[in-house]
Each structure stands twice: as C-alpha cells, then as structure tokens.
Write a protein that binds this ligand. Structure first.
Ligand code: FAD
Length: 288
C-alpha cells in the first residue's frame, strides 16, 4: 500500500526504521529483530540506503524479506548524490519486480571518497526522475531545525517545497528532541503551502555512544534535560535505557496530543526499544 493511502486510512501512522547489515553479511542477522517487530504491527518499516558499491543490495534484500515473509510494507530509502540515472533505473526496476511500492528519495550525504553524480544534485531531481519512471509512492526527508547546509530554515523550507512540487507525497523528519522546534517547522511548512503528511521522527536515546554519534551525524540540538540525564545516569546501561524510553514516550504523547498524524521511530535495529515504546503508546495510537 502507498504510504499516502495509509494516512487516509489510519488515525496515526506508526513506523520503524532499520539499517541493513553490511553487504558482506546476510540479512538473516536481522531475522530475530523482525520477528519481534512484526508483533508490534507497524504500518511500515523503512530501510536505509548507504553509499558505495553493493550498498543498495541489502536494502533491497531486506525490503523483499519484509514484504514477502513478514507481510509488512517496506519503504526503501534511495540516495542519488553518488549515482547515475542508469544505476537508479536499475534499482527502480528491481523494486518494481519485487512489488515494492514506496521510496524515500534522498540526495544523501556527500562522501569525499566517491565521485559526485553527473545526473543528480538534489533530492528534488531524484523525485522527478522516479515519478517519470514508475508508479511509486514517493517520500522525502525534512528537517525541523533546518538542514545543516542550508543558510537558514526559511531557505530550507523553500527547497522542501521544491521536493513536494516535484512529486513527494509524504515527508519524514530528521530526529529532533525539542517538540517546539517541530511545531514551529509545521507552521512554516503550512505557510509555504506544503500540504502533504509530515511524519515526526523520534529516536529514543538509550545508549551513551549513540548521543555523540547522533550529534556528529545530524547536528541536532541536545536539550539540557537530555544532557543532565546523560550526566546523571550515563554510567548505568539500564537506567539510561529506562530514562531514554521515558523521554521519548513523553515526547510522542505530546506530539500526538498536538495532533501529529504520524510517528516514525528510529530504533537503531533494537527491537527492545520498539517494544517498550509501543507498549507505552499503543492505546493512544490505536485508539483502544
Ligand atoms: P536535499 O533535499 O537535496 O537537500 C540537501 C541540501 O540542499 C539542503 O540544505 C537543501 O536546503 C539544499 N537544496 C535542496 N534543493 C536545492 C536547490 N534547488 N537549490 C539550492 N539548494 C537546495 N542518508 C543516507 O545516506 N541514507 C539514508 O538512508 C538516509 N535516510 C534518511 C532518512 C531521513 C528521514 C532523513 C531526514 C535523512 C536521511 N539521510 C539518509 C540523510 C540525508 O541523506 C542527508 O541529510 C543529506 O545531507 C540530505 O539529503 P536530502 O534528501 O534531504 O537532500
């Protein structure tokens, strides 16, 4: 099912993100996690896409496994900044042949070791290309605090509108920890004429190492509340896990109370995180 149709049918769209194992590892390493995730009935699972030779293979393999064996809708990420039209077309054909309907179209981060694409500069160009070559549901990324390369949030939202105008039907946000940033972003997106569903991306911070990595990768703001939590509880794995789950639960309840229609959980392949969060919010998202 197309993700835009899920938003028509569901009170709240609820999904998880996984990253595939390295190209040299079998996807079966994720089988146990998938068995547990299936029990939580996500509306879809998104699978990240890396950069470099053979990287997309396990994204595709995992999407196929999720669709075929687990009967869950996969959302395949796809990056273009180090690809050409021929390679993207081949991937689209493979998705189509496997019955995979949804793509999260991304530019990707620029890796200095790889040559830049001669065909694609921005995600909006990939979106246009996908639209011309199939009937896929197309999603795109957005940034409540602004993308780190954009001069300011207004410029970034103008560029986001180009992705929607090019054919993006649904947006997933970068993770964020302060809901006020997200609400401000939603207001600005509405003023810019962006009318597609925007799903809030939440990452429960349950490991100390995760935090440094996240700041390094995304540059998102870490509120003082999280810094204090880390300083006080960082030495106990269980305490930090419990506190990270509590913080994310409170964040999600506030988002849902505000009227947000979609929650996307960045679970870092940790099914225990998905399980605890789902237990905490299921009566709210499923309206039971
Ligand atoms: P774009 O939308 O192309 O934007 C990139 C920058 O260019 C922004 O600053 C934007 O303001 C600017 N820009 C856009 N269009 C124009 C224009 N016409 N003129 C001037 N400036 C413009 N990375 C991966 O490698 N693999 C993944 O699987 C992955 N999944 C992600 C999932 C989500 C939900 C998110 C939020 C990010 C993900 N990323 C992933 C990271 C992403 O690739 C990076 O954030 C990347 O730097 C930007 O990708 P984009 O698609 O948002 O780029």
């Amino acid at each position: 099912m197309l993700i835009k149709d899920l938003f028509e049918r569901k009170k709240v769209v609820y999904s998880f993100e996984l990253f595939p194992p390295k190209p040299t590892s079998p996807i079966e390493t994720l089988q146990k996690a998938l068995d547990e995730l299936k029990e939580l009935s996500p509306d879809y699972i998104s699978i990240t896409y890396g950069t470099g030779a053979g990287i997309g293979d396990n994204t595709l393999n995992l999407c196929r496994l999720i669709k075929r064996e687990y009967k869950i809708e996969p959302l395949s990420h796809l990056t273009c900044i180090h690809s050409n039209k021929q390679g993207i077309l081949k991937y689209l054909k493979e998705l189509e042949a496997s019955g995979i309907e949804n793509i999260l179209a991304l530019r990707g981060d620029v890796k200095p070791d790889f040559p830049l694409s001669k065909d694609f500069r921005y995600a909006s160009e990939l979106i246009e290309f996908i639209r011309q070559h199939g009937n896929f549901g197309i999603s795109a990324a957005c940034y409540p605090e602004g993308h780190f390369e954009a001069p300011d949030i207004v410029a970034d939202i103008k560029n986001l509108k180009k992705k929607v105008d090019a054919g993006a039907q649904h947006l997933n946000t970068q993770l964020f920890f302060d809901n006020e940033d997200f609400y401000r972003f939603m207001d600005m997106a509405q003023i810019a004429g962006i009318g597609v569903p925007i799903q809030a991306g939440v990452m429960p911070l349950v490991k100390r190492r995760q935090i440094e990595r996240i700041i390094g990768l995304t540059g998102v703001k870490i509120p003082a509340k999280i810094s204090r939590m880390l300083a006080k509880l960082g030495d106990s794995d269980q305490a930090l896990f419990d506190a990270g789950i509590a913080y994310a639960t409170e964040q999600i309840i506030d988002l849902l109370s505000y009227g947000v229609r979609g929650i996307h959980l960045y679970i870092m392949n940790n099914a225990a995180v998905a399980k605890r969060i789902t237990q905490n919010i299921s009566s709210i998202i499923r309206g039971q």
